[in-house]
Each structure stands twice: as C-alpha cells, then as structure tokens.
Design a protein around this ligand. Sequence first.
Ligand SMILES: [Zn+2]
Length: 432
Amino acid sequence: MSALGKKTLLIRNGTLIDGSGSPAARNDAIVIEGNRIKSIGALPPDVHPEDHKNVEVIDAAGQWIMPGLIDAHCHVSYGYPSVKGEGKGKGPTRPEFSTLRSARSVQKVLRAGVTSISVPGGTWFTDVGVRDAIRLGLMEGPRMFVAGRMIVTYGCIEDDEPSWEGTPEHSIGKLCNSADEMVTEVRRQGKHGVNFIKMADSRSGESQMLARDEIAAVVGEAHRRNLRVAIHSRGAGSTRAAAEAGVDWIIHADLATDRDLEAVAKAGIPILPTATFLAVVIELGGKVGAEKVQLDINRMKRHYDLLGELMRKSRTLGIKLLVGTDTGNNSFTPYGELHAKELEIFVNHGGFTPMEAIVAATKHNAYAVGLEGEVGEIAPGRLADVIVLKKDPIADITILQGGRHLSWVIKDGKIVDLGAPEDLLAFQQAAE
Ligand SMILES: [Zn+2]
C-alpha cells in the first residue's frame, strides 16, 4: 500500500510503447504508487498481484500500453456553439456559462485518452479556473497548461471588431498596440494565473504585424515571471522575428522560408504546425460545400500543403515538432474526437513513422504543458498518465482517435471511469 493509503496499481502483460521511441516491447509489470510510476519491467518481489486488498491489477494481455496523449493545441473556452438568446461572436457573453461548458468539455477530452492539454488562448480567465478546479480535485479532467487572451495589435487575427469597439472581454484577443501595453498585459495575465502568454500575428501570414522588439519585450517580461510565450505566426517575417526574440514555441510557421526555418532550428525552438483543423475543414468543405463551411477552403488547402512541407523540412533540420489539433477552435472540431488526428497527418502528410508521431505527441509534447521529463513517457519516477488500447497504434495510427479503442485511461495514478455518463454531444447538438 502506498503512503497515501491508496492501492498499488499494477498493469500486467501487453505490449509497452513507452513514449521514448524505443521499440514496442513485451510488458511484464508496470507498478504505480500514488500518482507516480514506481517501476517497469519484471514484477518486483514485494508486489503481490493476489493481494487484492492492497493491489489493483489491470490485465493488459493482448493489448497496447502507452503514455496518455497530450494535445498541445486545444481551446476550452471559445464560444462555440452559440446559444439561443446569447450575443453573436466567438464568446458566449457570460463567463459563468462559459466556465460550466468548459468544465464539461474537458471531461470528453480526458475520456478520449488525452491526459494533458496546452490551451493557447480563451475567453476571460475561464481556462485558469477550469485548470485549478481539476488540480484541486473538484472534478476530473486533463492536466491543463493555459494562456489567457491573445496579445494582438490592430489587424492581427482575433482583432475582429471595428477599432471603436476594441476587443471586448468575451473575445479571445486583447489589443495592445505598443510594447508597454503588452508588458502591462503580461503582468495582468500573470497575476491571474496563466502558465504562458499567447501572442498572435496576422491571420494568414500575408504581412507581419508584431515587431521583433514587441515580441522581445513580451518574452523578457514573461520569462522574468516564469511564464512561457507562444506565438501564432504563419508568416516568414513574424516567424523569424519570433525565433530571434526567443519565444518558446511557434504555432504554424507554414510560410517560413528555408532560411527562416534554419534560424528556428539554430534557436532550438519547436514548431506546433496544427494541421488537423485545416484537414477537417477541407474534408467537410468537400462534403457539404464551401459556402456551408463559411471558411476559405482554398486558403485552408494552401496552408495544409505548406504544413506538410514544413513537417518534412523540420524533420530534416532537426526542429522538434509539437502535436496539436486546435480542437475547440470551432464547432467542426468537437472535443474528444480529433486529438490524435494530427498523428495521422504527421504520418500520411509529413513523412513521420507512426513511432515518431507517438513520441512527438507524448515525450516531446510534454514541453507544451510545462512538464518535460514528468509526463509523456512510461518510466520509473514519471507521473502516472497511461492509456491501454485494444489495438496496435503502430500498425494503424488512426486507432488513437476518438477514444474508440481505449480500454483504460489512468491519469495521475487514478483510473478514469470511461463509462461515466456522456451526454455532451447531445448537449452540443441541442445548443446549436
Ligand atoms: Zn488555436
């Protein structure tokens, strides 16, 4: 029995994919005490599987064991779907409703085998609240590493209102038109408990809207306060400026030239391409027609193709790629469904092997949730976030999607009840 008075959890048999990139291997015994993995390999002599009072045994014979998935790009408090009687725009106009909805959404995320998420932007400080409620044990949910509203200047993505309206509290952008205003916003968000700062340049990368000095000012202030900085940057200029200013990771970077990517590689900064949202919109546009999707499908296709190239180039240049989906960005990206689709795209579109894609989504993604060396690998001393699958993800990477082949999800050493009432989809449909 562990010091916490909790049963020892023992996972026997099955095939272990440990997240490190080592080949899949036969598992004898993974011992979990409290919220940490105590040992892997041979069954330790002091652990007795027949001691049902103190040991809970999961038999994974014929199954596959791997670290819990990490989605490095998942929004929790965007305003989709809109609710009757609410104002239009990206945020439901009440923080109370947004918080409750977010709390429900993360249940679906966890039950899809996603034990950690990085949240690059949302409304109010909803995500901070949901993160803390999970951390304090008020409810179940994935580990969350969260940003606040994105720092933008006039004309950037998420500066959607006319200038006389600015960026209202329910929007996901926060206008700051000088380095001083940006630094003040970093301090404000830090005070309210964010883990990182999200900056955002232009929507499609056609022009650079954040100056290198402004990015550097944010990085300086954020790093002094132990906050990280991520930036939405599709353009070449903004990607180079972000690399030179020392941001912690770059989201998209699809228009970066080879020389810009060399600068990113030299700075050792990872890129989070995020092709899933684009793939979903392109697929849907093909099915229901572009006008129904209300997004520029040709622009989406261009970004998608460029991201495939980026994935292949990054692999050659040694740029680490993070795996994220933009789930929750839109009603096309429902919670629980798509968190592993990016791995399929890494394999089919970006030239990764299934094992490389798994390592990216586990071991490497730990960086995007501030837990490198703590989650993302099954090894002694790591936090016990583990999933057990009925099918082999190396043979077919798509089986990781939607939680359909999961038999167990363990987060922080606790077994998640996959049979818990699950009516969020019905709720979503009713609300639309
Ligand atoms: Zn996003």
